[in-house]
Ligand binder design. Structure first.
Ligand code: GLV
Ligand code: MG
Length: 350
């Protein structure tokens, strides 16, 4: 495949557009909280909500009825203009690129509130061509409306074609923020035989070998392991961020927590919250465990220059565990900076 030269990669795609970020802004992104912007009651609660979440996302795509698409867009512009989001980021999920609404979603939102918007989430991304289109169009609009910082793009990984092309999507542009697994659309696109939004399935598992007439254990497996692994490698190798997406069964917080935790352990930085009850779950899961943080701090302290080998509580530590410990401590510091309660739990008080 022909790619751009290194120098061209960092040039704005329109005269007058802001330069792409070389490094992504460092921000806590444990949950992307979805709100339906056409709902006035929901909009009225946003100032309080914004204090409790890392990201507020105004959803314009699936779950918004076709006859409310315009109201949702208008509602989003209204909320972006009027609400003080404080430390929370403001994102929107626009309609997909072949829909009748997307051109106005992008055009009107960037024109009216482009300076307030951190990230556009793009659904049903199939390949790098979708990102290139967004990249060029956003640069033109940023230039036209005099924006001084680039709007980032976050892809949803939710088609078989997208998963096949995930590495090319991750590296398509310096505008890429990261991506989220979209298990509902992905299941349909792949022909999976499920009717759920994320999570496991009771029939997907491994049956223990038969031993005479003894009962055989059946252990449920994670349906999303392969895709999350593929997404994490594509994202981290490209310096962008992977997220678990939605978990649709609000009546099963334990299963939501287990699914989010698998994603966290595998490298994801956050997940979507579709219901207020999932905000706390995401906060708990995507902030490292205090005991884990304290152990990681001990590793860093035992190996001040990050090299060599030491034993801590009977466990071998070396340069590689030092790097793992640093991932955890760096995240804990980031969490502690915005969360005084967790700062105390981590032992990071001044
Ligand atoms: C999210 O958009 C999904 O399809 O799971
Ligand atoms: Mg979807």
């Amino acid at each position: 495949m022909t790619t751009k030269t290194p120098r061209a990669y960092w040039k704005p795609l329109a005269i007058g557009a802001p330069e792409p970020y070389r490094e992504l802004p460092v921000k806590l992104e444990r949950m992307i909280h979805f709100v339906p912007p056409h709902n006035e009651k929901v909009r009225a609660k946003l100032p309080d909500l914004a204090k409790t979440v890392d990201i507020v996302l105004g959803n314009l795509e699936d779950a918004i009825p076709a006859d409310q698409k315009e109201q949702a867009r208008k509602g989003f512009i209204e909320m972006a203009k009027t609400v003080d989001f404080g430390n929370a980021q403001l994102w929107t999920r626009i309609n997909c690129l072949n829909s009748p609404w997307v051109l106005d979603d992008i055009g009107e939102i960037v024109a009216e509130v482009g300076d307030k918007l951190d990230v556009i989430m793009l659904p049903k991304v199939e390949g790098p061509w979708d990102i290139h289109y967004m990249d060029q169009l956003l640069a033109q609009l940023e230039a036209r409306h005099g924006l001084t910082r680039p709007i980032l793009v976050h892809a949803i990984l939710e088609t078989a074609e997208g998963v096949k092309n995930v590495e090319a999507i991750a590296t398509a542009s310096p505008r890429m923020h990261g991506m989220s697994l979209g298990p509902a659309d992905l299941a349909a696109s792949r022909g999976m035989k499920t009717t759920r939004v994320g999570g496991g399935h009771p029939d997907y598992g491994v049956l223990a070998d038969a031993k005479g007439d003894a009962p055989r254990a059946f252990v449920q497996q994670d349906l999303w392991h392969y895709t999350v692994g593929k997404m994490v490698d594509a994202c981290l190798s490209a310096g962008i961020k992977p997220f678990y997406g939605p978990f649709g069964d609000f009546s099963d917080p334990a299963a939501c927590e287990a699914q989010f935790r698998n994603a966290f352990l595998m490298g994801c930085v956050g997940a979507w919250s579709l219901h207020p009850s999932q905000v706390e779950i995401a906060k708990r899961v995507f902030s490292p465990e205090p005991e884990e943080v304290k152990f990681a701090v001990r590793i860093l302290e035992a190996m001040p220059d990050g090299t060599g080998a030491v034993m801590i509580d009977g466990k071998m530590q070396d340069d590689a565990t030092w790097k793992q410990a640093k991932v955890i401590v760096d995240l804990a510091k980031q969490v502690a900076a915005g969360d005084p309660e967790r700062a105390v739990l981590y032992g990071f008080t001044a």
